[in-house]
Write a protein that binds this ligand. Structure first.
Ligand SMILES: Nc1ncnc2c1ncn2[C@@H]1O[C@H](COP(=O)(O)OP(=O)(O)OP(=O)(O)O)[C@@H](O)[C@H]1O
Ligand SMILES: [Mg+2]
Length: 242
């Protein structure tokens, strides 16, 4: 069987070194995210997943390396450039405006994509996430953690991004809510979205991501398709929480 043809690279990271003060956190991190791919960035607590995402989003400028997005090297550029080129980042702390309603949170985030894309509107969000529609008038600060995570993802979608970076969307949530977020991400994948998903939880990524990059102590230590990884006890026990 011939493997499916590779789609073009949406994001290429090479040789990233990131420091916080004097301590080096990332060491030559590199990988390629392809158009239409959902890829998992896996690693234990403190491995460097969030730092990698922050570097890509322009929030942790690297000391060395390149980040190619939309035909440009954006390493070290301010966050608005990545955003303008179609990158949306949902950080671990799910930033929403707590005093504003769910609907206002979505409307504030509305923006065309880099080529004028306007697929995502408030009615489309209600279609994709009926639960949020029922909460449309509620202040975001009064939502549960899972509802806030859905709202944070929905806010990112309202910007019609080309690439979505999600930092541990399943973290700290009840299994039923984690399943709903998995359904949402599978729906996005099936619609052709390009997603980089940081997770400690490999199980959340099964049936969702096609590939995984494993990061450990700031180094990329393994890359595999996710089904291979699922059966690779040795790698999993070495680099991932079981
Ligand atoms: N602002 C900071 N200043 C100094 N060190 C930091 C800072 N943020 C993170 N670190 C350190 O950088 C390393 C990588 O952290 P990072 O947050 O990228 O890991 P992570 O893989 O996202 O972990 P987690 O799964 O817990 O979110 C850790 O050793 C952490 O203590
Ligand atoms: Mg993190």
């Amino acid at each position: 069987m011939t493997p499916p043809a590779l789609t073009p690279a949406a994001l290429t990271v090479e040789g990233l070194d990131v420091f916080y003060g004097a301590s080096q956190i990332l060491f030559g991190v590199g990988f390629t995210l392809r158009e239409g791919q959902t890829m998992a960035l896996l690693g234990r607590n403190g491995a460097g997943k969030s730092t990698t995402m922050k570097a890509i989003a322009g929030l942790a400028p690297p000391r060395a390396g390149t980040i190619r997005l939309g035909g440009r090297d954006i390493a070290g550029s301010p966050p608005y450039l990545a955003a303008r080129l179609g990158l949306a980042f949902v950080p671990e702390d799910r930033q929403v405006f707590p005093d504003h309603t769910v609907q206002d949170n979505l409307e504030i985030a509305a923006k065309r994509g880099p080529a004028g894309e306007d697929h995502w509107t408030v009615p489309r969000i209600w279609e994709a996430l009926p639960l949020l529609e029922r909460l449309r008038g509620r202040a975001a600060g009064r939502l549960s953690g899972g509802e806030q995570q859905m709202l944070a993802i929905a806010r990112a979608l309202m910007g019609n991004p080309r690439i979505l970076l999600l930092d541990e969307p399943s973290e700290g949530l009840a299994p039923i809510v984690v399943a709903r977020i998995g359904d949402l991400l599978r729906g996005l994948r099936d619609a052709g979205a390009t997603v980089l998903l940081a997770e400690q939880n490999m199980h959340f990524c099964l049936g969702l991501a096609s590939h995984a990059v494993i990061i450990d102590k700031g180094h990329v230590v393994h890359e595999a398709d996710i089904e291979t990884l699922r059966h690779d006890e040795a790698i999993r026990s070495r680099y991932l929480a079981m």
